[in-house]
Write a protein that binds this ligand. Sequence first.
Ligand code: NAI
Length: 270
Amino acid sequence: MAYNLLKGKKGIIFGALNDQSIAWKVAQRAVQEGAEIVLSNAPIALRMGELNKLAEECNAPVIAADVTNNDDINNLLTKTQEHFNGGVDFILHSIGMSVNVRKSIHYTENNYDFTHKGLDISALSLHRILQAALKMDVINEWGSVVALTYIAAQRVFPDYNDMADNKAYLESIARNFGYQYGIKKQVRINTVSQSPTRTTAGSGIKGFDGFVNYAEKMSPLGNASADQCADYCVTLFSDLTRMVTMQNLFHDGGFSFTGVTQAVIEQMEK
Ligand code: NAI
């Protein structure tokens, strides 16, 4: 069901890789709600070709940008301004990657070249995008930026590895840049801390199925799906949440504030 919540709004969606991606669902929901969007992902992700399907469905241009590269980001923002003949009202940052996770390198053995790469892609990229957007005045007043994160930023989930540190950094950037962009242009910046979700990035985490099942049992409402995450992001892009900024917002069926559930106790008694 659509409510026209984003009628007339324009946005950039980073990170749709395939139809499991959270960004894919956000793109679809944003367009259903009346938005016009530009899609962006790393050049290597575009070569896989799947994003073209979404672009067609959403009638959206695809502009490649490796988020660790300033020139790519400047080019994306310039082309986006040309396309819309003006600025954007929302940005979704749905980007994450850890080489240490990919190579199954234990947290205590992390390779720092890999750590730097993962930090650059997963966290600093938010700063990079916001810095360029501010310089080029890309985000309209009362615009909204959402970045996706995970509760491993606050609590230990050992197999989340250095992505936990990346997410803590990402959330801190959202808070600090949220202050600066708020003062200058009334732009709000938040992170959404999503339940574990079966996607390409998610499934890269060791023991991911156990992770998902545990969270499901530990959440009074169960795990939040990617589609439900998209619904939530749409509300944050809409004018209904104009005074929400610098927050880390849990979208996790209650997991983050649950000590234990009956389902977990029963499991332990077996
Ligand atoms: P995904 O694998 O579909 O999305 C990750 C995206 O990051 C991909 O589109 C990938 O191409 C992009 N990316 C990687 N390196 C890049 C670079 N250098 N430049 C530009 N883009 C680059 O997986 P998912 O799960 O949809 O991830 C989206 C976000 O949601 C990530 O920030 C992830 O950490 C976060 N998240 C995921 C959860 C899960 O369980 N799947 C739970 C909580 C948060």
